[in-house]
Design a protein around this ligand. Structure first.
Ligand SMILES: Nc1ncnc2c1ncn2[C@@H]1O[C@H](COP(=O)(O)OP(=O)(O)OP(=O)(O)O)[C@@H](O)[C@H]1O
Ligand SMILES: [Mg+2]
Length: 276
């Protein structure tokens, strides 16, 4: 198994409960999209899998290990096998794109190579290769704080591609991108996961992208799993219920292109992936 969560509860120090009684497991190589309204617990779930958030209750197993029972050294090693794309990547001021990408492997390199890489980038070709996949190769030496939101998100994705983790976690990785780049970026993440049999879990606000790129969809609402289904079994009725207190219709990435079929043989209609 890639991960297994049993009866997980997560709360924040201010008493806010983020996840309650979550049970979720994934086999190696699965691609899962987590969808749900704002505040549903998507980021908390990804941070839990990244072992950066410790549950109050329940059992967590990631890459066959119970992270919270490990020594500090073994937990560090486990974290090197997990890659996280943050929605707003934390970047030190004035950091160059190349340094940000190479940081993906800092934990896996010996200390001398990591230190040296901060002064002189150790693997320019490797960083360039990942950036080129995301149509950003010409920005290798730009400063991160001078990039647009969507460009910065692609640097975060390139960093994880460079890291080559066994478990890829992506928190709204394309939220600041136009539809063409969003598709390109999700395509590269999916290709990476498929070719290396890595597990990919991405939270997405755009339901159409989730259905297009991910075979398994987990709907989160108020910190609980509302459904966990193959993409082709996610109906419009389920989506309407998931986003019931939000807008009238589920969010899509490109509002001009309605991708959900509203009528169908089942009466409730089922969403059609535009391509898969
Ligand atoms: N650092 C924090 N301290 C206290 N409460 C928090 C913290 N982070 C999140 N929460 C709360 O936990 C719940 C789940 O938040 P989370 O960020 O996981 O939701 P989300 O589904 O990722 O939302 P969004 O779509 O807006 O990113 C929310 O009620 C939120 O207010
Ligand atoms: Mg979030």
């Amino acid at each position: 198994m890639s991960f297994r969560l049993d009866a997980i509860s997560v709360g924040y120090p201010n008493g806010q409960r983020a996840l309650g009684q979550i049970a979720l497991a994934a086999r190696r190589g699965e691609r899962i999209a987590v969808i749900g309204p704002s505040g549903a617990g998507k980021t908390s779930l990804l941070r839990l899998l990244a072992t950066s958030l410790r549950p109050d209750d329940g059992r967590v197993e990631v890459l066959e290990q119970a992270p919270w029972a490990l020594s500090a050294a073994r937990l560090r090693h486990l974290r090197c096998r997990i890659g996280m794309v943050h929605q707003a990547p934390p970047m030190p001021p004035r950091q160059r794109v190349v340094t940000a990408i190479l940081a993906g492997r800092l934990g896996a390199w010996p200390a001398w190579k990591s230190m040296l890489s901060l002064v002189y980038p150790a693997d320019l070709a490797g960083a360039h290769e990942q950036l080129a996949r995301l149509d950003l190769a010409d920005r290798l030496f730009d400063r991160c704080d001078q990039l647009s939101g969507g460009q910065l998100q692609r640097v975060g994705v390139a960093r994880v591609l460079y890291q080559r983790p066994e478990l890829i976690l992506a928190d709204e990785p394309v939220s600041a991108m136009d539809p063409v780049l969003a598709n390109l970026t999700l395509g590269e993440l999916c290709k990476e996961a498929t070719t290396r049999t890595a597990t990919l879990v991405a939270s997405l606000h755009a339901v159409d992208l989730a259905l297009r790129w991910f075979p398994r969809i987990v709907g989160l609402k108020s910190g609980e799993i509302a459904f966990d289904l193959p993409a082709e079994r996610v109906t419009n009725a389920l989506l309407r219920e998931l986003y019931a207190s939000e807008s009238e219709s589920p969010p899509v990435q490109d509002g001009t292109q309605p991708l959900l079929v509203t009528t169908g043989a089942d009466g409730g209609g089922s969403p059609r992936a535009a391509c898969r």
